[in-house]
Design a binder for this molecule. Structure first.
Ligand SMILES: *Cc1c(COP(=O)(O)O)cnc(C)c1O
Length: 225
């Protein structure tokens, strides 16, 4: 992966690639939000990224989100996105700390989030398992409309779009058909937000219409284990 780069250089490099992908796709840069996935990294690193101007951070684990939300409450303008599946009993942490939840795939979780949410509605994306992988979270494409209607009946939540994680692959172009399928599904449901693309394939995702890209490793390096 070449020389280790500073956080500033890593953010600049990703930003340049995001901007270039937007330009290739004929989309304004403002159409895409970079979600900096900070899971398993220490709060201090998020503080440094905030100092570089980054405001939107993604966390996978509800308790870790709770702890970082508390530890970094002094930082102005921080926006937390919960991007991993959550158990109903931990939904309260997401309801309290997050502005956007990318991984809604169960009605019981939606109900728990709805009960615990105060203030502005929690913006939610339904996670869709486009490839039908047995090991992955997410509803089937066919199940999206039913869950959408069920969640729409609940207070304090707003469904804004869809999320997918395509099968892992070395070649970013291998993700393209899954991103296209998600975009088509969202269009059919009248949903605008598309959370798709990680370090390996965020440029392809932007070309296919992603409005939220979830990038961790390219910004922060390998996660501590
Ligand atoms: C960890 C994670 C990411 C970030 O992956 P990178 O390959 O480090 O960019 C994105 N989305 C989800 C759901 C994740 O769990």
């Amino acid at each position: 992966m070449g020389q280790p780069v500073s956080l500033r250089e890593a953010f600049a490099a990703v930003e340049a690639r995001v901007a270039a992908a937007c330009a290739r796709a004929g989309r304004p840069r403002s159409a895409v939000t970079l979600v900096a996935v900070s899971k398993l990294h220490p709060p201090q690193l998020i503080r440094e990224a905030h100092g570089l101007g980054q405001r939107v951070f993604g966390e996978n684990y509800a308790q870790e989100l709770r702890d970082k939300h508390a530890a970094l409450a002094d930082l102005p303008g921080l926006e937390w996105h919960a991007i991993g599946p959550v158990q109903p009993k931990n939904a309260k942490y997401v309801a309290k700390a997050a502005t956007v939840f990318h991984a809604l795939d169960r009605l019981d979780v939606a109900q728990a989030l709805s009960q615990r949410r105060e203030g502005a509605p929690l913006r939610c994306l339904l996670q869709v398992n486009v490839a039908g992988e047995a090991t992955k979270a997410g509803i089937s494409p066919e199940g999206a409309r039913t869950l959408l209607e069920q969640v729409r009946a609940l207070p304090n939540l707003t469904v804004v779009g869809l999320t997918t994680l395509p099968p892992l692959h070395e070649d970013p172009n291998a993700s393209r058909p899954y991103f296209q399928a998600l975009a088509t599904l969202a269009r059919g449901l009248g949903l605008e937000a598309l959370s798709m693309g990680t370090t390996g394939d965020y440029e392809v995702a932007i070309e296919e219409g992603a409005t939220l890209v979830r990038v961790g490793t390219a910004l922060f390096g390998a996660r501590p284990t």
